[in-house]
Ligand binder design. Structure first.
Ligand code: 4AD
Length: 456
C-alpha cells in the first residue's frame, strides 16, 4: 500500500505536497464543521494531526473511533500551534474499525493493567518509546562489536550442560515421565537426545570454543532461566549479549565492558532524544543527565572485600546479612552503586565458593577473577570473569562441585590444546534497557515477558 511514514513527513520537506499516510487513531475531536484526528503509525512518538473540513469531505462514521486504522490522503500544511505540520485530508478510508470496547480508551493506564494486554500495550507512547530504544540499542551493540572486529556467533539454545551450574535449566523433553522407566537414567536414555537436555542459560561455554579459534567473538540471543524469583528484574527468557575475548585478562575485559556501555548509551542519547524526553517526564527525573554522566565519567572499581567492609560500616540495617563469603543481595548491590558510588561500579574478585566453576582462581586461593557491573536503579547488569585456563585447576574446581567431567569434555579440551588467558561477560539486554529508559520493571521492556506462573 503506497504511503509515507509520518516520521519521514515530519523530518522532510513536505510542505504543500500531497501525501498518503496510514496509521491508527490515537485521539479524535469531532464537531459540526470540522474534525481533528491524531494519527500514529508507530514510526515516531509524535502523532500527525489530520484536519477534516466537513464541507470538503464527508468523514466516515467510524473514522474517529479510537484504535481504528485509517488510510488518509491530503495536503501537508503548517500547524501554527506546534510549529510543525498537519494534513488537510482530501480522502479517508477506514481500513479496520475499532469498536468501543477497544481497551485504550483512557489516556493513561497503569503499567500493571497494560501488562494484561501485551498485544495492545505496544500501541501506547510508552511502549513505542521503549521498543524504539530497544531497537536502537540492539543495532548499537552489533555495531560496537562489528566495528572492533568481533565475530558474531550463534550458540545453541538446546544444550546438555548447565553453564552456570545453578540448576536453573528448563528441561527439554519429548517424553512424559512414566513410572515404567527403571530409573532417571533409563528415562533420559529414552528421551529425544538420549540424555538429559535443556534450554541454554548462557552461550558462554560454546562462545569460548569460538573464541579459541576466532579470537574475539560475541553472541546476542536468548537465554532461559527457570529461576523461581518473582522480582522486577528477572524473566525466564531474556536476551543475552556475551562477548568472549582470547588473550584478555580481567582488567582488559572490564575496559571492554565499560567502553561498550558508554558506546550504546551514547547512541541512545544521540538517536532517541524524543524518547528520552518522554521517559524523563513520565518515569525518571534526571534520566538524561544520568546517561550523560555514564558516557562522560569513569566507572568505579571496588574489591568485593572492600565493598563488604563498606556495607558493614554503613550502619544500615539490611534484610540479608553482610559477611565476607556471602553473595551480595540486590539491596546490597543497590546500596553500593546508589549510595556509596552514585554511578556504575565493577565489584571485583569475589569469593570462589559463591561463583561459577569456570572462573580464574586468584593466587590468594580464596577469590576468583570475576566482576559484576552494578548500576543505580537496577543492580547487576553484567556478570563477567577471566576464565580458568589451567586444565588441572579447572578440573579441581569442577570436582569440588561434584560435576560430571564427561559432560564437559569439549570445554576441558580447550585447556588441553593451546590454552590461552581469556575473558568474557554476559550483559542482560533487558537490564540495560531498564537502566536506559528508567522503566522499573523488566516486564515492561520485553514484548512478551515470561515469568514464574505467567506465559501467554
Ligand atoms: O551473571 P550471569 O549469570 O552470567 C553468565 O551467564 C555468564 N555465563 C556470562 C558470561 O560470562 N558470558 O548472567 C549475565 C547477565 C546478568 O548480569 C543479568 O544482566 C542477566 O544476564 N540475567 C538476567 N536478566 C534477566 N532475567 C534473568 N533471570 C537473568 N539472569 C541473568
Amino acid at each position: 500500500m503506497k504511503h509515507t511514514d509520518i516520521r519521514i513527513i515530519r523530518e522532510g520537506d513536505f510542505l504543500g505536497k500531497e501525501v498518503t499516510v496510514c496509521g491508527w487513531v490515537r485521539t479524535a475531536r469531532d464537531s459540526k464543521n470540522m474534525a481533528f484526528i491524531e494519527l500514529n503509525d508507530g514510526s515516531t512518538l509524535k502523532h500527525m494531526q489530520i484536519v477534516v473540513d466537513k464541507a470538503v469531505l464527508t468523514l466516515p462514521e467510524n473514522a474517529s473511533h479510537l484504535g481504528a486504522s485509517l488510510r488518509v490522503e491530503g495536503k501537508v500544511v503548517p500547524n501554527m500551534q506546534n510549529n510543525g505540520v498537519e494534513i488537510n485530508a482530501t480522502a479517508i478510508e477506514v481500513l479496520g474499525d475499532a469498536p468501543l470496547d477497544y481497551p485504550l480508551q483512557k489516556k493513561f493506564q497503569k503499567l500493571e493493567t497494560l501488562r494484561e494486554m501485551p498485544h495492545i500495550r505496544v500501541r501506547t507512547n510508552t511502549f513505542n518509546a521503549v521498543f524504539r530504544v530497544r531497537s536502537v540499542m540492539a543495532a548499537a551493540l552489533h555495531r560496537f562489536f562489528q566495528e572492533r572486529g568481533y565475530m558474531y556467533i550463534n550458540t545453541p539454545l538446546l544444550t546438555g550442560s548447565d553453564c552456570e551450574g545453578a540448576g536453573e535449566v528448563f528441561q527439554v523433553t519429548t517424553l512424559g515421565y512414566n513410572t515404567e522407566y527403571e530409573s532417571a537414567e533409563d528415562y533420559y536414555a529414552n528421551d529425544f537426545f538420549g540424555k538429559r537436555a535443556g534450554l541454554s542459560v548462557s552461550g558462554q561455554l560454546e562462545g569460548e570454543v569460538a573464541a579459541m579459534a576466532f579470537g574475539k567473538i560475541y553472541t546476542f540471543g536468548p537465554s532461559f532461566r527457570a529461576e523461581n524469583s518473582n522480582t522486577p528484574r528477572h524473566v525466564a527468557e531474556f536476551w543475552h549479549i556475551e562477548p568472549e575475548v582470547a588473550f584478555a585478562e580481567l582488567p582488559d575485559i572490564i575496559a571492554i565492558a565499560e567502553e561498550m556501555i558508554k558506546y550504546v548509551i551514547g547512541e541512545v542519547l544521540e538517536k532517541c532524544p524524543a524518547e528520552l524526553d518522554f521517559f524523563e517526564q513520565r518515569f525518571e527525573k534526571g534520566l538524561k543527565e544520568k546517561l550523560e554522566g555514564v558516557v562522560r565519567e569513569d566507572f568505579a572499581i571496588v574489591e568485593y572485600t572492600d565493598a563488604v567492609a563498606q556495607l558493614q560500616a554503613s550502619g544500615v540495617k539490611f534484610e540479608y546479612p553482610v559477611e565476607w563469603g556471602l553473595d551480595l543481595q540486590t539491596e546490597h548491590e543497590r546500596y553500593i552503586t546508589e549510595q556509596i558510588y552514585k554511578k556504575p561500579v565493577f565489584v571485583i574478585n569475589y569469593p570462589k565458593d559463591i561463583k561459577a566453576f569456570y572462573m580464574k582462581q586468584n593466587a590468594d586461593g580464596k577469590t576468583v577473577a570475576a566482576t559484576d557491573l552494578l548500576v543505580p536503579g537496577v543492580g547487576e547488569i553484567i556478570g563477567c570473569s577471566e576464565r580458568e585456563a589451567d586444565y588441572d585447576k579447572l578440573v579441581s574446581a569442577m570436582e569440588a562441585r561434584g560435576m560430571n567431567l564427561e559432560d564437559y569434555r569439549d570445554y576441558l579440551d580447550l585447556r588441553r590444546y593451546g590454552s590461552v588467558p581469556h575473558s568474557g561477560f554476559g550483559l542482560g539486554f533487558e537490564r540495560i534497557l531498564m537502566y536506559a529508559t528508567g522503566m522499573s520493571n523488566i516486564r515492561d521492556v520485553i514484548l512478551y515477558p515470561r515469568t514464574v506462573g505467567s506465559i501467554r
